[in-house]
Design a protein around this ligand. Structure first.
Ligand SMILES: NC(=O)N[C@@H](CC(=O)O)C(=O)O
Ligand SMILES: [Zn+2]
Ligand SMILES: [Zn+2]
Length: 437
């Protein structure tokens, strides 16, 4: 695939020296020419711009199926530009920008704007997600076909932030999505069960006097949607899975042949509702942080492939929307720059995933689910150079103020996490890390 006209000039040739594809075997050199992997092995190339890998792990660039970039409408919290920078620094080469902007991305004009801004910035491929229903109201289907056929080539539709709760509307959306060969990503939350909900329904919420968000509000919608998708022979993607019961439903649905895929967020793999005792709204998120048993079940489900991939649900919020009383605060947390490190902490250090597994859940599966032909590809000669280098032994301390996002609402503030993204390449061009001399 050729470089876009708006991208800065890419050096024709770049050498990654001493890198370990998938963290396996002895270090090799990888020569990238015209945005494509040209050679792998002991490469002798003089006078070529070189990135010294020092034995770092080389993976396919990450793909995030669930990012909130807040443009248009809340540029005070994130823009396509700042979010793209955060994504590149996090090792991402493609992100899917959710539709709950202002105006909502429920038409060709808005999705084309987001897509064009992404191209202009050029740090990561920004794919707009189209809304399923007009204004995210859950009543009338948006013009899915027009968005799919627009210049933005929308392939994922979601009312994320809201659940498409009317079963008739969801059924129609699945039927249309099948005809268009796109995927509907559902924010699974039965609204009648979460009126006023503030925290996972359980002991902790009871102790803190916060109204509960029951696991069944998620699980009942996932079960219903799996059946709707099965009968419609359509594809369904489940956003931010957060409970043991949802993992069980997915396992059952997949065994029956349902074309369902699912994502889990880094925060649901690492954090529990224990953190709520301080009443710090940085921990407020939808779906809520659950219990330790849920965290363990989610990790297992991801390792086994019952949950297909990790998606950040990167949700920037302004200080005034977070530094307030718990019930008034908006749900959501930053994720793009911390995702890899949290996955290393929760999945690699625990022995649940090796680096091949990380490539699968952060790059290959999300690219397949969204139908991206140039991302999540094998590290082989002739493949596009969408790549990330990770120093597996280094650690870093998270500081919200130092992240590239406009907002700083990270729940990992002050935590020392393993795994540092040192270089990201988009079609052979360095989008994060030191530009080689
Ligand atoms: N996850 C969140 O808590 N918030 C998201 C919406 C969403 O993903 O449901 C947001 O847009 O802020
Ligand atoms: Zn959501
Ligand atoms: Zn979201």
């Amino acid at each position: 695939m050729s470089a876009l006209a708006s991208e800065p000039r890419t050096p024709d040739t770049l050498l990654l020296r001493n890198v370990r594809p998938y963290g396996e075997g002895d270090p090799v050199d990888v020569l990238v020419r015209h945005g494509v992997i040209a050679e792998i092995g002991a490469v002798t190339a003089d006078g070529v711009e070189t990135v010294e890998g020092n034995g770092a792990v080389l993976l396919p660039g990450f793909v995030d199926l669930h990012t909130h970039l807040r443009e248009p409408g809340r540029e005070d919290t994130e823009t396509v530009e700042t979010g793209s920078r955060a994504a590149a620094l996090g090792g991402y080469t493609a992100v899917f920008a959710m539709a709950n902007t202002d105006p909502v991305a429920d038409n060709a004009v808005v999705v084309e704007h987001v897509w064009r801004r992404g191209r202009e910035v050029g740090l990561v491929d920004v794919h707009p997600v189209g809304a399923v229903t007009v204004g995210l109201k859950g009543e009338k289907l948006a013009e899915l076909g027009t968005m799919a056929k627009s210049a933005a080539n929308v392939r994922v539709f979601s009312d994320d932030g809201h659940c498409v709760h009317d079963p008739l509307v969801m059924r129609r959306a699945l039927e249309y999505s099948k005809a268009l060969d796109v995927v509907v990503a559902q924010h699974a939350e039965e609204p009648r069960l979460t009126v006023g909900a503030q925290a996972h329904e359980g002991e902790q919420a009871a102790r803190l006097g916060l109204q509960g968000w029951p696991a069944a509000a998620e699980e009942s919608i996932v079960a219903r949607d799996c059946l709707l998708a099965l009968h419609a022979e359509a594809r369904l993607h489940v956003c931010h899975v957060s409970t043991t019961g949802t993992a069980d439903v997915l396992k059952w649905a997949k065994a029956r042949g349902t074309k369902v895929s699912a994502e889990v967020t880094p925060h649901h793999l690492l954090l529990t509702d224990d953190r709520l005792s301080t009443y710090d709204p940085v921990n407020k998120v939808n779906p809520p942080l659950r219990t330790n048993a849920d965290v363990e079940a989610l990790r297992r489900a991801l390792a086994e492939g019952v949950i297909d991939c990790v998606a950040t649900d990167h949700a920037p919020h302004a200080v005034q929307d977070k530094d307030c009383e718990w019930s008034a605060a908006r749900p959501g947390m930053l994720g793009l720059q911390t995702a890899l490190s949290v996955v290393v902490e929760a999945m690699v250090r625990t022995g649940l995933l090796d680096w091949r597994g990380v490539a699968r859940v952060m790059s290959e599966r999300p690219a397949e689910i969204a139908g991206l032909p140039d991302h999540g590809r094998p590290i082989e000669v002739g493949e596009p150079a969408n790549l990330v280098l990770v120093d597996p032994d280094a650690t870093w301390t998270v500081r919200g103020a130092e992240l590239a996002s406009v907002a700083g609402n990270t729940p990992f503030e002050g935590m020392e996490l393993p795994g540092v993204v040192t270089t990201t390449l988009l079609r052979g061009r360095v989008t994060a890390g030191r530009i080689p001399a």
